[in-house]
Ligand binder design. Structure first.
Ligand SMILES: *Cc1c(COP(=O)(O)O)cnc(C)c1O
Ligand SMILES: [Zn+2]
Length: 463
């Protein structure tokens, strides 16, 4: 057995696949795979403080990368195979204004700004890892289905390295302009399917298999290895203290699965003594995980969650033609491919799931923007969810909470401008049809005649 391989996540199956296998499904049961390590042969660090030494080596690309400076915890690639574009230079910000909004004490809420990645979302953390694996196996083309950010990330990795051709599947009319602009600008082959994300996801898997194209959706376990490092950077920013809660929006559930794996491994390696609790926040218009976990009691069950529960749920979606629908397009997904891995993460990290409405998401987003660097709608679900968990009393006011802000503010300016707009028609067209009724925290532009006295008067009145 090699020191690094792929292994079925079901402990009772535990079938393995070689490191260079690119089918990304268990050869025996068809389930999800993990990247697995024989740590006895890989010599992981004995303390997380080991990573502090990397700061003095920042002129080396691998130590500069916010992903690969932790490479001892995702040791699947030889250093010379790694493809990095400087991803993971992200910031954990204490956010007291937002803390006040959600009902936490000052100093207890932190925002992890993953929008500061090269393509503007956390997806770059995973893409550098998947891309590295793609290079290891000699891939020439890489494909994904995307609500926008995975495709933007793939496109920029392809254009910046010149090593592969990007093939992108998107649903029609669902992608925000910021994200579509990135795919087009970076020269990706963009295939717009008459359907939604769930349709595109199914097709890309079929096409990748038929044409032998490397698949970079989060069903790819190497992506999740890269996304583990978001947690390492949070711990690093907190001087290796474990927070009480990590709150993250849930779409395809790759992130929460990666975070769970990160903490399970850190515990197993004795590098932390306890894991934080994980909270996944769904949008109410695409709340499969919330329904299955909180309402129907679906659990990890040691690798065998009751298939009948999720099958019946999906059959009902189909029978009633229910489609995912939320302003938070990055989490507008009804069939999360990483469902079982996410259940494992919640099991091991005392996790839970909540749903928030588009109204709650946009109000929280406005608060994030007014109290920090800003984020796209899906990201603000984490803040809206934290507020809800505070109201329920599940999170205590003095607990330390990190909300992961998954994507950049400029990814979806349409939603932001509509929220702050004085024009009721714009508001209704973009937000009214989503059930958003008011913009409690709107910062409206002030209309003034082109006249110096009037301009001065307006500034004096409003500032
Ligand atoms: C992809 C994405 C998500 C959803 O993450 P999953 O890992 O699919 O659950 C949330 N927010 C943003 C901005 C994203 O791009
Ligand atoms: Zn299996």
């Amino acid at each position: 057995m090699d020191a690094v391989f792929q292994r079925c996540i079901d402990p009772a199956c535990a079938a393995t696949a070689a490191l260079d296998d690119t089918s990304f499904v268990c050869p025996r049961c068809g389930g999800l795979l993990d990247v697995a390590y024989d740590w006895n042969r890989l010599r992981p660090p004995e303390s997380l403080r080991f990573f502090e030494g990397k700061w003095s080596q920042r002129t080396e690309p691998l130590s500069f990368s916010g992903v690969w400076r932790f490479r001892e915890l995702l040791p699947f690639a030889a250093p010379e195979k790694v493809l990095t574009i400087g991803e993971g230079q992200t910031i954990l910000q204490r956010a007291d204004i937002v803390a006040g909004y959600v009902g936490l004490e000052a100093g207890k809420l932190y925002l992890q700004y993953e929008g500061m990645n090269p393509s503007g979302s956390f997806k770059d953390n995973g893409m550098t890892a998947a891309f590295t694996h793609a290079r290891m196996v000699g891939a020439r083309r890489a494909a994904c289905a995307s609500t926008g950010n995975t495709s933007a990330s793939l496109a920029v990795f392809c254009s910046a390295t010149g090593l592969m051709k990007a093939v992108i599947f998107i649903g029609s009319g669902k992608i925000s302009y910021g994200k579509l602009a990135q795919a087009l600008d970076h020269g990706a082959l963009t295939v717009q399917i008459a359907g939604d994300f769930d349709d595109a996801m199914l097709r890309v898997q079929q096409v990748a298999k038929k044409l032998g194209i490397y698949l970079v959706n989060s069903i790819n376990p190497f992506r999740l290895e890269g996304q583990k490092t978001i947690m390492y950077r949070i711990l690093e920013a907190l001087r290796w203290e474990v927070p009480d809660w990590i709150v993250v929006p849930g779409g395809n559930l790759g992130n929460v699965s990666a975070f769970g794996k990160a903490f399970i491994e850190l515990l197993d390696l004795g590098l932390i003594r306890r894991a934080p609790r994980l909270a996944v926040i769904n949008a109410a218009g695409s709340n499969t995980f919330y329904q299955l976990f909180e309402k129907q009691g679906l659990r990890w069950n040691n690798g065998k969650p009751a298939a009948s529960v999720s099958e019946a749920y999906y059959a009902n979606l189909d029978a009633n033609q229910i489609r995912a629908s939320t302003i938070a397009s990055a989490i507008e997904i009804n069939r999360p491919v990483n469902l079982t891995k996410a259940l494992r993460a919640l099991d091991r990290c005392q996790g839970l799931v909540r749903e928030v409405t588009d109204q709650e998401i946009l109000d929280a987003k406005a608060k994030v923007g007014a109290g920090g660097f800003g984020c796209e709608p899906a990201s603000a679900a984490s803040v809206a969810g934290t507020k809800k968990l505070r109201q329920e009393g599940v999170i205590a006011p003095g607990e330390r909470v990190v909300c992961v802000l998954t994507g950049h503010q400029l990814k979806d300016p349409t939603a932001t401008v509509a929220y702050h707009s004085t024009d009721q028609k714009t508001f209704d067209e973009v937000l009214g049809k989503r059930g958003v009724r008011r913009a409690a925290f709107a910062n409206r532009a002030v209309q003034v005649p082109n006249d110096l006295d009037e301009i001065i008067k307006a500034i004096e009145v409003y500032s």
